[in-house]
Ligand binder design. Structure first.
Ligand code: NI
Length: 177
């Protein structure tokens, strides 16, 4: 396990675009392992490299029991349908707001070995892919909220106990059975 501290809202690495991956090497494999372990320890549906302090275009997801990752993703909507539903972010603990997203997307990119990958997703997978791709562009989901919700979310963040702490190490949840 390589559970890594998760950066919190306000850390500059979360608010600037990440750089494309150039080398598909052992360091990239370790990054994908760290993202996967940290995401699962935190119970998240997705995690992007900037959230563990690495400014590279890589993210992982865990949706419907399936773990995946994408390197240098490009995402496009499929059709016009949208979904409104609750969204959160491991870099903004405990905050949840309804966020509008495309219902269906297609993502293309590469796996950790440098093979081309194409992923089609709907509902929660589509939401996770859009949320994590935003992270790679330095965009957090609160910036996607309607004006009133965004103002309320930012006020909640300013008042949060964790605000100013920089990062936290997710506590691995151990099943009682
Ligand atoms: Ni997030």
């Amino acid at each position: 396990m390589s559970v890594t501290p998760i950066r919190l809202f306000g850390d500059p690495v979360l608010h600037r675009p990440a750089a494309p991956v150039v080398d598909f090497d052992a360091e990239l494999r370790r990054l994908v392992d760290d993202l996967t372990d940290t995401m699962q320890a935190a119970g998240g549906a997705g995690l992007a490299a900037p959230q563990i302090g690495v400014g590279l275009r890589v993210f992982t997801w865990y949706v419907d029991g399936e773990v995946g990752h994408l390197v240098n993703p490009e995402v496009a909507p499929v059709g016009e349908e949208v979904q409104d539903g609750p969204e959160g972010c491991l870099s903004i603990p405990a905050l949840r707001y309804d966020c509008r997203r495309h219902l269906h997307v297609v993502a293309t990119g590469w796996n950790v070995h440098g093979d081309p990958v194409r992923v089609e997703g709907s509902e929660l997978l589509a939401r996770a892919i859009q949320h994590e791709t935003d992270h790679l562009d330095g965009v957090l989901f609160v910036e996607r909220l309607a004006d009133a919700d965004r103002a309320a979310a930012l006020a909640e963040i300013r008042a949060a106990e964790w605000n100013g702490h920089g990062s936290y190490l997710p506590v691995v949840k151990v099943s009682p059975h």
